[in-house]
Design a protein around this ligand. Structure first.
Ligand code: NAD
Length: 260
C-alpha cells in the first residue's frame, strides 16, 4: 500500500503570504485573524501600534507600524513579507478613514486631502508596492476595501463617497492592466459593519434601529463576514474573478442602496 504522506509525496505548497493594511481594528483585524487561523502567513500594517500588539502574538503574523499614505511604509510592508516569509501572494488594501465634514466648512479641503491620501493614494501605493512581489510569486491577487458609499451618494459624506467610488474604478482599470500576468484586482463594498468606525452609530439604539430598518438583512454586518469575502476573493476559488467590487451589505445595494 502506498503511504499518501510518505517520502515520495510531492511537498506541500508553502502557505500563502498576505499583506493586510488597516489591520489593527475592525475588518482588517478580522481579516488578519481569519488568514492566520487558516494557516496563511500575514504582514499586518497599521498606524495604530497598540492595536497591532495582540496580532503580533499570533502564529505566522508579522506586524508593522506605518501609514498607507506613505510610499515608504508600503515598501517596508512588502519587504517584510518577502524577508520574513519569502514571498507575497495577496494584498488586502483595507485601511480607510471617514469624515471630511460639510463641503463648505472651513478646513474641508484639507480634511478631504487626508481622506483621499488614505482611502485612494493608500490603495495606489499599496498596489505599486505589491505588484512586483506578486509578479515574482507568479501571480496573485489584490483586494481593496471600497464601500456601499462608493456605489451611491449619501447626505453629508461627499468626501468619503468620492474616495470609495474612486477605489471601485481604480480596481476595474488595474484589473485590466494586470490580468494577463495572473494578477487579479478586486474590491469589497461593505455595508454597515460593526467596527470602531461605526461604534457610535451602533451604540445609539435609535440611530441603529433606523439604519438596520433600511437594510434587507435588518442588522449590521460583523467584521468577520467581510473578511470571509476578502478571503474568497484572494483564494484559488476566485481564480476567474477580477475587476469587480462585491457588495457585502445584507442586500442594501440590491434595495437601491438608500440608507439615509
Ligand atoms: P476601523 O476604524 O475599525 O479600522 C480601520 C483601521 O485602519 C484602523 O486600525 C486604523 O488605525 C487603520 N488606519 C487608518 N488610517 C490608516 C493609515 N493611514 N495607515 C494605516 N492604517 C490606517 O474601521 P473598519 O470599519 O474596519 O474600516 C475598514 C475599511 O472598511 C475602511 O476602508 C472603511 O472605509 C471600510 N468600510 C467600513 C464600513 C463600516 O461600516 N465599518 C463600511 C464600508 C466600508
Amino acid at each position: 500500500m502506498v503511504d499518501p504522506v510518505g517520502p515520495h509525496s510531492p511537498a506541500a505548497p508553502p502557505a500563502p503570504v498576505v499583506l493586510v493594511t488597516g489591520a489593527a481594528s475592525g475588518i482588517g483585524e478580522a481579516t488578519v485573524r481569519l488568514y492566520a487561523e487558516r494557516g496563511h502567513r500575514v504582514v499586518a500594517l497599521d498606524v495604530d501600534r497598540r492595536g497591532l500588539e495582540p496580532l503580533a502574538a499570533l502564529e505566522g503574523v508579522a506586524v508593522l507600524v506605518g501609514d498607507v499614505a506613505s510610499e515608504q511604509s508600503n515598501a517596508e510592508a512588502v519587504a517584510l513579507a518577502v524577508e520574513r516569509f519569502g514571498r507575497l501572494d495577496a494584498a488586502v488594501l483595507n485601511a480607510g478613514i471617514g469624515g471630511a465634514g460639510p463641503l463648505e466648512a472651513p478646513g474641508a479641503v484639507e480634511r478631504f486631502e487626508r481622506l483621499f491620501a488614505v482611502n485612494v493614494r493608500g490603495v495606489v501605493l499599496g498596489l505599486r508596492a505589491a505588484l512586483p512581489a506578486l509578479r515574482a510569486s507568479g501571480g496573485g491577487s489584490v483586494v481593496a476595501t471600497s464601500s456601499v458609499s462608493g456605489l451611491r451618494g449619501d447626505p453629508g459624506t461627499w468626501g468619503y463617497n468620492a474616495t470609495k467610488a474612486a477605489v471601485i474604478n481604480l480596481v476595474r482599470a488595474a484589473a485590466i492592466d494586470y490580468a494577463a500576468e495572473g494578477i487579479r484586482v478586486n474590491a469589497i463594498a461593505p455595508g454597515g459593519t460593526a467596527t470602531a468606525m461605526t461604534a457610535a452609530q451602533v451604540a445609539d439604539p435609535t440611530f441603529s434601529r433606523f439604519i438596520t430598518s433600511r437594510i434587507p438583512a435588518q442588522r449590521w454586518a460583523d467584521a468577520r463576514e467581510q473578511a470571509e469575502v476578502v478571503y474568497f476573493l484572494t483564494s484559488p476559488a476566485a481564480s476567474y474573478v477580477t475587476g469587480v467590487t462585491v457588495p457585502v451589505d445584507g442586500g442594501l445595494s440590491a434595495n437601491g442602496g438608500i440608507l439615509l
